[in-house]
Design a protein around this ligand. Structure first.
Ligand SMILES: NC(=O)c1ccc[n+]([C@@H]2O[C@H](COP(=O)([O-])OP(=O)(O)OC[C@H]3O[C@@H](n4cnc5c(N)ncnc54)[C@H](OP(=O)(O)O)[C@@H]3O)[C@@H](O)[C@H]2O)c1
Length: 345
């Protein structure tokens, strides 16, 4: 029995003792909780609802929150974190630099704005949200293009990265990392970085396992953070394409969920932690975010179940990034360096 929660850890618990949640050791030696709460409300959850979820999730036992300036709710999330009464060293906060702030003079002020909104003196992790510096308005359609859209230009990315490194030197952030990178882009960054990325946040769910990138980052001491770990079932219409598959309807996941007596979403989250990435599932419903957290501290999936899930990868990328395309005639695949080389300008 846990003294602080008074609960025993069975499925009917209404809180999870945070000390039972697995942690990832980053190359700096820092420990990051192996599951976080996503805070991207998109079109379906208002900033206040997300803030309420942050408070509720902290009460339920979450100690890791995945934020970003572009989510438009960091001020509310910051107020919610403060209201939890948790000490600063008791929780982990990630934030991200948005695409229109890659300019050398924009990085530090942008981080300071996130810190002010989140009411924090430092961030545990600060990520470059996308490797493309192309602005597009929030909620825009996938056909939207920035008139000044640019490809990935490593020299420019390194200018942004130098400012990210400076944030570490200044003590404003403890770690820096990347998001939505590919192997060839990471190879260049690893070659040139003074402070190497501690994590790479990437789309990972059972139908999109990215085994090659997953292995690459781990082999290089970078922790994979898995976004949209449930397959983002509530993403807006504009982010759907006809070939998209639905993870939580997969018969393998449904069968395992029935055996354990949980929703297939929980199986996605359990699988993620057990496989080795850090999932950051989003939910504003206590029953949901609590069951996701309870799932990672309950009996593990069997080896056969882990194997069965490894076998349902459909290579189905959901967040394709079309708005970052920089010239006519391209398709979203051009953003992801599928042939192992950075797509030429
Ligand atoms: N770095 C990036 O570029 C990037 C991109 C996308 C997302 N992200 C991050 O990843 C986070 C998660 O991704 P996401 O929001 O796209 O998708 P997701 O976490 O895969 O899916 C969230 C959806 O799953 C439902 N859900 C959660 N737990 C459930 C449960 N136990 N039972 C049933 N349904 C459940 C939620 O509905 P309810 O609210 O109704 O529970 C919500 O609609 C984001 O919030 C954001 O922090 C990062």
């Amino acid at each position: 029995m846990n003294k602080s929660t008074g609960k025993t850890g069975n499925r009917s618990e209404d809180r999870v003792d945070p000390s039972r949640v697995p942690q990832r050791k980053l190359y700096t030696g820092a420990l990051m909780p192996a599951i976080g709460l996503g805070t991207f409300g998109s079109d379906h959850a208002s900033p206040d609802e997300v803030a309420e979820a942050v408070k509720g999730a902290a009460d339920a036992g979450y100690r890791h929150f995945d934020c970003a300036s572009v989510y438009g709710n960091e001020d509310r999330v910051g107020a919610a974190l403060r209201e939890t009464g948790l000490g600063r060293d008791e929780f982990w906060v990630t934030s991200k630099l948005w695409n229109d702030k890659h300019g050398e003079s924009d990085v530090i002020p942008s981080c300071k704005k996130s810190l002010a909104d989140l009411q924090l003196d430092y961030l545990d992790m600060y990520l470059v949200h996308w490797p493309f510096p192309n602005y597009h308005p929030p909620h825009c359609d996938v056909t939207s293009r920035s008139p000044n859209a640019k490809p990935y230009i490593h020299e420019n990315f390194m200018k942004t990265w130098r400012q990210m490194e400076k944030l570490v030197d200044m003590g404003l952030v403890r770690h820096i990392g990347t998001s939505n990178m590919t192997i060839p882009k990471l190879r260049l960054l690893l070659r040139d970085a003074r402070i190497k990325p501690a994590v790479n946040e990437m789309e990972i769910h059972p139908h999109f396992q990215q085994p090659e990138l997953f292995e690459f980052v781990r082999a290089n001491g970078i922790e994979p953070i898995g976004y949209s770990p449930i397959g983002s079932p509530a993403r807006p219409e504009r982010d759907r394409t006809p070939g998209d598959t639905v993870d939580i309807e997969d018969p393998v996941l449904v069968r395992i969920a029935e055996r354990i007596g949980v929703h297939p979403a929980v199986v996605c989250v359990k699988w993620a932690v057990q496989r080795g990435q850090t999932p950051i599932p989003f939910s504003t419903r206590r029953a949901h975010y609590l069951s996701n957290l309870s799932g990672v501290v309950s009996e593990p999936l069997t080896d056969d179940e882990m194997k069965a899930i490894a076998g349902i990868d459909r290579n189905c990328r959901l967040i394709k990034g079309q708005v970052f395309l920089w010239k006519e005639g391209q398709t979203w695949e051009d953003l992801w360096d599928l042939n192992g080389e950075i797509t030429p300008p």
